[in-house]
Structures are given as structure tokens and as C-alpha cells.
Design a protein around this ligand. Structure first.
Ligand code: FNR
Length: 363
């Protein structure tokens, strides 16, 4: 019998995944001063024990003010490398691969973490920076008023992404993912809803994408050439019929996908939304797959990850089989069931490899 695509290995550059299943990056709000902890070792390590092909560690800030909350993970300091390396070595020892998402929260920075103990003990409000500033550009009233970045400051942020990539390489990670989605800094620049600049970083699509292209070049220059770079984007602001005027959409996404491929992005991870509070989100199983499909069809040679309520093995296999994506990422499914991979295998009648320590669980 043919092995389902979901359980076939995937190769890109020097990264070989045992299967096509990716644990999507998920903020755990469990770090202090950016440091990952034993929580992350157990959390990410468990997905490796349970057979995920690739584990992408959560959005990790490239500078302190680029955190969503004070409890976000960070990779802005060389001191962060040690724990990340320990986690990566464990994940890799289980036959899985590990990467990290490099992030800057932009206008959505400096928020209260969803839980903290005691409440708000670690709560602060930082300098919140974005392409454009002012009261009218807050995500909503609970957010800090963003301040417009000066051009030299944009250059500093770009360099911070590069330094973070160098640290990821030192930690022995197999890939990095640039976070260009969900209304964080890079998405703020891409979308005309949040980018009102009139200099070389605003206006035309080329200008709005300038920071992204600079970040890619900087990351590429600081990360080993044989290791892949992923880019996560939102394919749309999801404001059609809600907001007047230009916004971010799938046509622009396809255009930048062509550019970023040329600039050295190996894998394009397609999400949506998160940039505008009034977005109209209609979520159902596989709801973002049509966006992934458009990129895959229109940008040959660029590997694509589909994500968003991919409920199990059958749906995942159908997406791969119909060539709408090359990889499947799952977030909440793994929180509900760390054994997502083995259950997907069962659904598809595959005898997936158990970790040797768990082998007796079969009987
Ligand atoms: C997320 N998501 C997310 N996305 C991202 O790009 N970086 C991140 O750090 C996080 N953090 C995060 C935390 C938690 C707890 C959840 C549930 C989600 C979004 C996530 O990666 C994924 O795109 C969505 O959850 C949709 O996929 P699922 O959950 O339907 O499989």
C-alpha cells in the first residue's frame, strides 16, 4: 500500500521531516525576561515524543518592546540561547525537528498576559512602535497608542531580526520562521489599514513590503544557507464589506510570495486576519486552505504550509493529496491532544512509529 503523503518524509534544504505534520507556533505566556523554561521543555518535548515532524516554538521577540506581553518568549539576548538549545537537543533526540518563530508585536505589543500569578504582577506598558502612530491606530481602546518608527529605528528592528536568526543558528535549530502575520509589526507595514506612511516604507506595495524584504535578507545573511527559512503571513485582513478603502488581501499576498521566494524564503506559511479588530472571521475546518492553495498554484516551487482547524488525518491528507499545500500545521489540535500525530495515523491506517519508550502502549 502507498503511504499517505501526510506520513511521507519531507525534505527542504538540509531539513528532513519524518512526516508532514508541523506543530504551529503558540505563545504560552510562560517566560520571564524572555527566557524559556522547563515548561517549554516539557511542552515542546512532548510533541516530539509523540511524533510531530517539526515543532515551531512560539513567537519569540527580537527586541524586548516587541513582546505581546511581558511573559512572551524572547531571543533578543545571547543569554536566551542556552535554554532554547537544551530544548532543541531534546526535540531532535526524539527524531523530530525544531525551529522558532522570530517576532515583533508592533502595534499589538505590551498587553496584559492572558494569565499571570498574581494577576498583573508582571504587567508593564512599553514604547509601542508601528509603521504609523496615533490614537486612531490603536487596535482597540485597551491597547497602547502606537508611535511611528523613524527610518533609523526601522533599520534597528531589521538588524534585530538578523541577530535573532544568528542566535537561533547557535541554538542548533533546524529552521526559523519570520512572523509576518496576525497584525504584528511586519503585517502592520504590509497592510494599508495600518501603514499610513508617505516615505519609502509606505504607499505602494513595494514600499509596504520593504521592511519584510529587508528582514528576509538580514535573516538569510545570519542563518546557515543550508537551513530553510519559513515566512508566516496573513493572506487577508478579512475586512471585505466591513471597511472602506484598501486593505491587505490574497492578490497582494501572492505578489509578495513571488518576491520572498526570490529573496530566499523556502516555505510560505499561510494564515489570515489579526490586523483589524473589525475583521469578519468565518472559521470552519480548513478555512484558510483556499489561501494556501492560491499561493501554491500561483508561485510554483515555493513550499506552502496550510493551517487553521485542520481536524485530523483525513482532512490533512486530502489537502496534501489535492496539492493545495505541502505541509500541515496544527495548533489547538495539539493542545487538546498531544497525540494528534498517532491519531491521524490511525485514521489513515498507517502504522506510525511510536517512540521506543511508548512502544508497549500499542498492546
Ligand atoms: C496561536 N497562534 C499563533 N500564531 C503565531 O503565528 N504565533 C504564535 O505565537 C501564536 N500563538 C498562539 C497561541 C495559542 C494558544 C493559539 C491557540 C494560537 C495561532 C496558531 O499558530 C494557529 O495559526 C491557529 O490557532 C489556527 O490553527 P488551529 O489552532 O486551528 O490548528
Amino acid at each position: 500500500d502507498k503511504v499517505p503523503i501526510l506520513f511521507q518524509p519531507f525534505h527542504i534544504k538540509d531539513l528532513t521531516m519524518a512526516n508532514r505534520i508541523v506543530v504551529a507556533p503558540m505563545c504560552m505566556y510562560s517566560s520571564k525576561n524572555g527566557f524559556m523554561t522547563n515548561f517549554h521543555l516539557a511542552h515542546l518535548g512532548s510533541f516530539a515524543i509523540h511524533g510531530a515532524g517539526l515543532v515551531i516554538a512560539e513567537a519569540s521577540a527580537v527586541e524586548p518592546r516587541g513582546r505581546i506581553s511581558p511573559q512572551d518568549a524572547g531571543i533578543w539576548d545571547d543569554a536566551h540561547i542556552h535554554k532554547i538549545k537544551e530544548i532543541a537537543e531534546f526535540v531532535q533526540s526524539q527524531g523530530s525537528k525544531m525551529g522558532i518563530q522570530l517576532a515583533h508585536a508592533g502595534r499589538k505589543a505590551s498587553m496584559r498576559p492572558p494569565y499571570s500569578n498574581p494577576p498583573d504582577s508582571d504587567y508593564w506598558r512599553e514604547d509601542v512602535v508601528a509603521p504609523s502612530g496615533g490614537e486612531g491606530l490603536k487596535w482597540d481602546q485597551t491597547f497602547v497608542t502606537p508611535r511611528e518608527l523613524a527610518v533609523e529605528e526601522i533599520q534597528q528592528v531589521v538588524r534585530a531580526f538578523g541577530k535573532a536568526a544568528a542566535r537561533a543558528a547557535k541554538a542548533g535549530l533546524d529552521m526559523v520562521e519570520i512572523h509576518g502575520a496576525h497584525g504584528y509589526l511586519i503585517h502592520n507595514f504590509l497592510s494599508p489599514v495600518t501603514n499610513k506612511r508617505t516615505d519609502q516604507y509606505g504607499g505602494s506595495l513595494e514600499n509596504r513590503a520593504r521592511i519584510l524584504m529587508e528582514v528576509i535578507r538580514e535573516v538569510r545573511a545570519n542563518f546557515p544557507a543550508e537551513k530553510p527559512i519559513f515566512l508566516r503571513v496573513s493572506a487577508s485582513d478579512l475586512v471585505e464589506g466591513v471597511l472602506e478603502g484598501p486593505s491587505w488581501d490574497i492578490e497582494q499576498t501572492v505578489q509578495i510570495a513571488k518576491w520572498v521566494k526570490e529573496a530566499g524564503v523556502d516555505v510560505f506559511h499561510v494564515s489570515s486576519g489579526g490586523n483589524v479588530a473589525q475583521q469578519k472571521l468565518n472559521a470552519y475546518p480548513g478555512y484558510q486552505v483556499p489561501f494556501a492553495e492560491q499561493v501554491k498554484k500561483q508561485v510554483p516551487g515555493l513550499a506552502v504550509v496550510a493551517v487553521g482547524i485542520i481536524t485530523g488525518g483525513k482532512l490533512a491528507e486530502e489537502v496534501l493529496e489535492s496539492e493545495r499545500a505541502d505541509l500541515i500545521a496544527v495548533a489547538r489540535g495539539f493542545l487538546r491532544d498531544p497525540n494528534f500525530v498517532l491519531n491521524a495515523a490511525k485514521e489513515l491506517n498507517v502504522k506510525a512509529k511510536f517512540s521506543q519508550q511508548y512502544e508497549r502502549g500499542r498492546r
